[in-house]
Design a protein around this ligand. Structure first.
Ligand SMILES: [Zn+2]
Length: 416
């Protein structure tokens, strides 16, 4: 018989569902960052550990542990043993070919051993798929292409309609420039990149904040659960009031560990660690509204007919009590902000795909600029401005504007 309490509740109400709901995106496998044991993990890289992963006949398990191989390769590289290091990187890539960070390492090691063609092959993969300026610049270096630089400072055109793109904090410049070109084509107006706003406020929610709040509520709802009480006492925490999120997660880990020990076939700690790692990848969250204010007040010159501002950020956003928002617009301010964080492969733990990232960013830009211009929300799922309830719906909606939305843009973006 099960004891009543948070554990029984947790088992019956599908812990996985709760966490997945918080994330929106259900995450795949990833290296876990254990809240309780982060410090104990990550042993020194060793040849033995790397070779043991490579010998493993279970590919799924081996690919999950492939970092052992890459870490050992890195150690060898730092010791100047490039040829030996390359062997391990290439063996690791056979288990994890989508690791762009390691594809570029392979390219650089091949260059050292003067295998130029092979180096270029690895670099082209990165050039085609990578989503960050850092990796793209490294690939460009190997391929002899120009590296990604800051766009020249531009201003609004003297007259006529225009969209101003403004980086909010550090953003990937390749994406910003690709958006500039794309939006110009769709909207048929000049799109200018205005100076970045770098003095963003500090984050409003630390990583994993919502998950910690959910667990605080559970702890308060079941204050007398014997396991909870015992684990709380052991960690010197009062389950009814734990200010630090990290402490909440320590207690969660301890409670789940105890449940995993007591029952056969459950893997609650592993599930929790995976979701916790996903939340860490997502990072902290910012309120969208103050960023919108900041943007609008930095560019009062937006208040001329036919102009709109779009702030672009890599920071995850939320609004009011929401879990998150992709973007937020305000027609009185003629401004909108959007975040591409949840569109990236590194957050979703999927294969890097710069074309997909650009397409998502473009859909969201059209959606957000529409709100800045006061165009009503669209009801067609085929339109880029349709409201998505999930990333899946986001991907399923069309990439272009429906006729009604296009007419709205044309009306707002004509010179008056
Ligand atoms: Zn539409």
């Amino acid at each position: 018989m099960r004891t009543a309490g948070p554990i029984a509740f947790l088992m019956s109400s599908s812990f996985r569902f709760l966490v997945a709901g918080l994330l929106l995106i259900v995450v795949g496998t990833s290296l876990s960052i254990s809240p309780a044991a982060a410090a104990d993990k990550a042993p020194q890289p060793s040849r033995r550990a790397a070779e043991s992963v490579l010998r493993d006949s279970d590919n799924v398990r081996a690919s999950r542990q492939v970092d052992e191989v890459f870490r050992w390769a890195d150690t060898l590289r730092q010791e100047g043993q490039s040829a030996e290091s390359l062997k391990f990187v290439e063996a690791g890539l056979r288990l994890a070919p989508f690791r762009m960070d390691q594809q570029i390492v392979a390219a650089e090691l091949l260059l050292i051993s003067r295998q130029t063609n092979a180096a270029r092959e690895h670099a082209s993969i990165v050039w085609q798929r990578a989503e960050s300026d850092e990796l793209l610049s490294a690939a460009a270096g190997v391929l002899g292409l120009p590296t990604i630089t800051n766009p020249p400072a531009t201003t609004w055109p003297e007259r006529g309609p225009a969209i101003g793109l403004v980086p909010l904090g550090p953003v990937d410049l390749w994406l910003l420039r690709a958006l500039q070109t794309d939006l110009g084509k769709v909207l048929q107006v000049p799109v200018v990149i205005l100076p970045a706003i770098t003095n963003l406020p500090t984050a409003d929610r630390p990583p994993g904040h919502l998950l910690a709040e959910q667990w605080r509520k559970r702890f308060r709802d079941y204050p007398h659960d014997p396991v909870l009480v015992a684990k709380g006492r052991k960690l010197q925490l009062n389950p009814k009031s734990i200010p630090s999120n990290e402490d909440v997660f320590r207690l969660v880990s301890a409670v789940l560990e105890s449940e995993d020990r007591r029952t056969k076939g459950t893997n609650l700690v592993a599930d929790f660690e995976r979701d916790y790692a996903a939340l860490n990848r997502l990072g902290a969250q910012w309120r969208a509204e103050p960023l919108l204010e900041l943007l609008a007040s930095a560019h009062p010159e937006v208040h001329k007919p036919g102009r709109a501002l779009l702030g672009v950020t890599r920071n995850d956003l939320f609004n009011g009590e929401s879990r998150f928002v992709f973007g937020l617009g305000n027609s009185e301010k003629r401004s909108a902000v959007f975040s591409y964080r949840r569109f990236t492969a590194s957050v979703n733990d999927t294969a890097p795909n710069s074309a997909k990232l650009l397409e998502r960013a473009r859909k969201q830009s059209l959606s957000s600029i529409g709100f800045a211009l006061g165009i009503p929300r669209c009801s067609s799922p085929l339109c880029a401005r349709a409201y998505p309830n999930s990333l899946d719906e986001f991907d399923a909606k069309g990439s272009d504007l429906c006729d009604a939305c296009l007419r709205g843009f044309r009306w707002e973006l004509v010179p008056r």
